[in-house]
Design a protein around this ligand. Structure first.
Ligand code: 4AD
Length: 462
């Protein structure tokens, strides 16, 4: 079996067997008894030539688009590169053609239409022959077809690389991967955005909004440095471009020796490594995404800029942006700050630290020198939050007091709070939204594009 993406000049003359998707089939325009079949695998396409057998040609011409076929044939050099194939040096001269799975000839959406760029639409409109547009909801309804576009394939290959690098980078620094429960007895982040469900024996349960409580309890359990890649659930009522009801959380938690900036140092090294890796090793993927959704490469510094919350607020005030005192930044303020930082420091990736305590969850450690602030940070990519992190309270009395101040009932978190009574080192950590990182690194306009089967307030299928 040959992979289309591996077919180059060196393969010329070889006999190959290829299983792929029939993207298009058409009759030769110059010679009547020739047909062409364009085959696709992931990001690669190749032209196959069918000549000699009228029966095989007719069979090929009857194949509905997106059918899965097997061709057996000889690889031949191409005289002239074909602009519509991604494997441009060779073609396959077909000897045998089989159909393994015949697609419905009336596909609900066409892969070609789902993969068109804004430039293609504009060009066709200028010519007076507008192209059909497939709306986002229709695309998501037929996601298994939608993700067959080069962009769809590329986005999830980039996502895979981000996840891999996260595991690799942290594992090399003595973090171990853990798995925490997703069925928990109370809300882990506070607030109303929690899915409640019936458990067994009359108990009620929640779907974990994050691994927050249990990743800290792993530190109580003596694991010094841990990470988790897992699903998290938020009963968000926000129908925005960046909120999902289920997303993948990349979480880490670690002992802190002197200062919570040690957590920022890990975030810094990890993300610089992820960006470098994507730029060097995902060129084809990024090009494919760029063709449909044009974006500029991310601007970032080799050592990530760290700004205090107060410095950030000062920049916003000087630019005339009104913000509520001692509160979290809203989406608009985040965007504005992102723009100001890019102009002043030439970076689209930065850490904002020392948030007001009132804007953070109950488990966040107050600043020693001024408890109105906290030992916490958020990280921004192209003007949107992708990470939040902090040092945590490891003193059970203070933790219980803060939980009560947030209106969190002791019964649901008693075992969590008790865990800190048996000897716990100072610690901190961070949580990353995987889909948001991919969306923003690739300059996508909607987080749903970076979720294979997105869940939002309106969507629970496919
Ligand atoms: O800011 P969040 O809620 O922080 C936590 O969950 C903490 N326990 C993390 C920590 O260790 N301190 O979520 C972390 C990240 C956000 O920065 C964002 O990237 C992503 O998760 N996120 C979402 N992504 C998609 N849809 C949503 N509804 C999201 N909510 C948060």
């Amino acid at each position: 079996w040959a992979e289309i993406g591996h077919l180059d000049k060196a393969a010329a003359g070889r006999s190959v067997l290829v299983r792929a998707t029939a993207e298009a089939v058409y009759r030769g325009s110059k010679t009547k008894n020739v047909a062409f079949l364009k085959l696709r695998q992931v990001l690669s396409t190749v032209q196959c030539v069918l000549a000699g057998s009228a029966q095989m040609m007719l069979f090929a011409l009857s194949l509905p688009k997106e059918s899965i076929v097997v061709v057996e044939g000889a690889v031949a050099l191409l005289d002239e590169p074909l602009s519509y194939t991604t494997v441009q040096e060779v073609e396959i001269k077909v000897r045998k053609l089989y159909c393994i799975s015949r697609a419905d000839p009336k596909l609900p959406i066409s892969v070609e239409d789902a993969g068109r760029s804004a430039a293609e639409f504009a060009k066709a409109e200028a010519k007076g022959v507008p192209l059909p547009r497939v709306g986002q909801e229709t695309r998501l309804d037929y996601r298994v077809i939608d993700v067959r576009t080069p962009t769809g394939q590329a986005i999830f290959r980039v996502q895979h690389q981000v996840e891999n690098k996260f595991r690799e980078y942290l594992s090399a620094r003595d973090f171990i991967g853990i798995h925490t429960p997703k069925l928990i007895s109370g809300s882990s982040e506070g607030g109303a955005a929690v899915f409640k469900l019936e458990y067994k024996n009359g108990k009620s349960a929640c779907l974990a909004q994050s691994p927050q409580l249990h990743k800290q309890m792993a530190i109580c359990g003596g694991f010094r440095r841990v990470f988790e890649v897992g699903h998290v659930f938020r009963a968000e009522d926000s129908n925005t471009h960046r909120h999902l009801c289920e997303f993948v959380g990349l979480d880490a938690e670690m002992e802190i020796m002197r200062h919570y900036f040690e957590v920022c140092d890990i975030v810094d090294g990890l993300f610089i490594e992820i960006f470098r890796h994507l730029n060097e090793n995902c060129k084809r993927e990024l090009e494919a995404i760029n063709r449909q959704y044009p974006f500029e490469p991310l601007k970032y510094l080799e050592r990530t800029l760290r700004l205090s919350y107060e410095e950030g607020i000062q920049m916003l005030k000087e630019a005339g942006t009104e913000i509520e005192p001692m509160a979290d930044l809203n989406t608009e303020a985040e965007k504005k700050l992102g723009q100001l930082v890019r102009e002043k420091y030439d970076t689209e990736f930065f850490i904002l630290y020392r948030y007001p305590l009132a804007a953070r969850p109950f488990y966040t450690m107050p600043c020693y020198e001024n408890p109105a602030y906290s030992n916490s940070f958020d990280v921004f990519l192209r003007g949107e939050e992708i990470i939040s992190g902090a040092q945590r309270i490891h003193e059970p009395k203070l933790l219980a007091k803060r939980a009560a101040e947030h209106g969190i009932g002791m019964s649901s978190i008693k075992s969590y709070i008790d865990s800190f009574s048996y000897g716990t080192p100072p610690h901190g950590g961070f949580g990353v939204g995987l889909e948001r990182v991919v969306m923003l690194f690739c300059g996508l306009h909607n987080v749903r594009l970076a979720s294979l089967f997105p869940r939002d307030p309106q969507r629970l299928s496919p």
